[in-house]
Design a protein around this ligand. Structure first.
Ligand code: ATP
Length: 355
C-alpha cells in the first residue's frame, strides 16, 4: 500500500489560478475524495497528480518519492497510477480481457492471463471476458475500466467522476462495488466528485475545495458536524439561514439560543441550521403555544424522510420560512402548531460575510 502527497501544488491556465497552494496527503490504503463545485480545480489537481498536466509549482510524492517537482517530472506511465474517468474509454475493438490486458503488455503471457482473470473476478466481470465493450451496459463497462486500471497493481488509483455517466440506481450499485474493490485490494485512491453524498459514501476523508483552494479536509463526520465555514456547512445539503448578533456568548434564534464560540460580543453573525436539527412535537391544545413554536405551511413525504415547511410564530408574518426534515412519515396538517427543539450540534455560527 502506498501514500500520495501533493505539497503546495498550484496550477494556472493563463491568468486563471485553477489550483491554489493545495496540500493533501493520502495515507496507504485510504480513499480520499476531492469534493467541490464545478470549476473549483478538482480535475486539474488530479491531472497534476497523474502527470497528465505538467507540474507548475509544488511537489507530488508517491511513497515519499518525488514524482514531480524539484526539476523532476516522471511521465504518467512511470508513476504507477491507475486512472478511471467518467467516459470509461475502453477500446471498442478489443475484448474485455484484452482491454484489461492492455496495461500488462510487459508481463509474460501466463502472468498476464492470471492478472486479467484476477482483476475481472474482483469487479465481478469474469463471465464477460470474451465480450466486446458495445455488448456491455454502462455499469459493466465502468467495472471493466476499473479492472483495467487495477490490473497493473498501481500504487495509487485516481478516479475522476467515475460514476457520473451512470443512471442513479446503477451509480449506487457500481460505487458500492467500487468501494469494496478498492478496500479489498487496499488501493490508495484519490477520487474527484462534485456530489457530497457520493463523497460521504466513498471517502475515508474528504478534501473540500473552492476556487482552487482547500477549504477543509477531514472525515465525512468532521466536515458535516464541524464545518469550517458557511460554504462547508451548506455544501452538504440544504440549510436554514438566519442572521443575528452575539450577546452573552450566544445568538438568539426563533428555535432557541445557539452558542457563539469565540466570536466577539456584539458581532454580526449568520446561523446555519440543518433541516434535521429542528425536532418537532405537535402541540395538543392548538395555538397559542410555548416558546420556539412554528406553524406548518406544507408537509411532504420525501421517501425516507418528511420535509416540513414552517413559519416561525416568533417572527413577523412574511419572514422567510424554514425547512425541517424528520425521519419517516410525519405529515402534520397545514396551520398545525408545533413546538421545536433545536439540536445544537447541527446549528453553526459564523461571522456574517460581507455582501
Ligand atoms: P468540473 O467538475 O466542472 O470538471 P473541476 O473542479 O474539476 O470542475 P477543473 O476542471 O480543474 O475544475 O477546472 C478548474 C478551472 O480551470 C476551470 O475554471 C476551468 O475552466 C479551467 N481549466 C481547466 N482546464 C483548462 C485548460 N486546459 N485550459 C484552460 N482552462 C482550463
Amino acid at each position: 500500500m502506498s501514500s500520495l502527497s501533493l505539497e503546495h501544488v498550484s496550477h494556472a491556465f493563463g491568468d486563471l489560478l485553477a489550483v491554489d497552494d493545495l496540500s493533501l496527503t493520502l495515507e496507504p490504503g485510504e480513499v480520499v475524495c476531492l469534493l467541490g463545485p464545478s470549476g473549483c480545480g478538482k480535475t486539474t489537481a488530479l491531472r497534476v497528480a497523474a502527470g497528465l498536466e505538467p507540474l507548475q509549482q509544488g511537489r507530488v510524492l508517491i511513497d515519499g518519492e518525488v514524482v514531480a517537482g524539484e526539476g523532476r517530472e516522471r511521465p504518467p506511465e512511470e508513476r504507477s497510477v491507475g486512472l478511471v474517468f467518467q467516459d470509461y474509454a475502453l477500446f471498442p475493438h478489443l475484448s474485455v480481457a484484452d482491454n484489461v490486458a492492455f496495461g500488462l503488455r510487459r508481463l509474460a503471457a501466463a502472468e498476464r492471463r492470471t492478472r486479467v482473470s484476477e482483476a475481472l473476478k474482483l469487479v465481478g466481470m469474469a463471465a464477460a471476458a470474451e465480450a466486446y465493450p458495445h455488448m456491455l451496459s454502462g455499469g459493466q463497462q465502468q467495472r471493466v475500466a476499473l479492472a483495467r486500471a487495477l490490473a497493473p497493481r498501481p500504487r495509487v488509483m485516481l478516479l475522476d467522476e467515475p460514476f457520473s455517466n451512470l443512471d442513479a440506481r446503477l451509480r449506487q450499485q457500481v460505487r458500492d462495488d467500487t468501494l469494496h474493490v478498492l478496500k479489498q485490494s487496499g488501493t490508495t485512491t484519490l477520487m474527484v466528485t462534485h456530489d457530497p453524498e457520493e463523497a460521504m459514501f466513498m471517502a475515508d476523508r474528504i478534501a473540500l475545495m473552492r476556487d482552487g483552494r482547500l477549504v477543509q479536509q477531514g472525515t465525512p463526520a468532521n466536515l458535516y458536524y464541524e464545518p469550517a465555514n458557511s460554504f462547508a456547512a451548506s455544501f452538504f445539503g440544504e440549510i436554514n439561514y438566519l442572521e443575528g448578533v452575539v450577546e452573552a456568548g450566544e445568538v438568539a434564534t426563533p428555535f432557541g439560543a445557539v452558542g457563539a464560540g469565540d466570536l466577539p460580543e456584539g458581532s454580526a453573525v449568520q446561523v446555519l441550521i440543518r433541516p434535521e436539527a429542528l425536532h418537532l412535537t405537535p402541540v395538543d391544545d392548538g395555538c397559542p403555544v410555548p416558546p420556539h413554536s412554528v406553524a406548518v405551511m406544507a408537509a411532504r413525504l420525501m421517501g425516507r424522510t418528511s420535509l416540513i415547511h414552517l413559519r416561525s410564530l416568533e417572527l413577523p408574518e412574511g419572514s422567510p420560512h424554514f425547512h425541517a426534515r424528520v425521519p419517516g412519515r410525519f405529515l402534520p396538517p397545514e396551520r398545525q402548531c408545533l413546538a421545536v427543539a433545536l439540536d445544537r450540534a447541527q446549528a453553526f455560527v459564523f461571522p456574517r460575510e460581507a455582501g
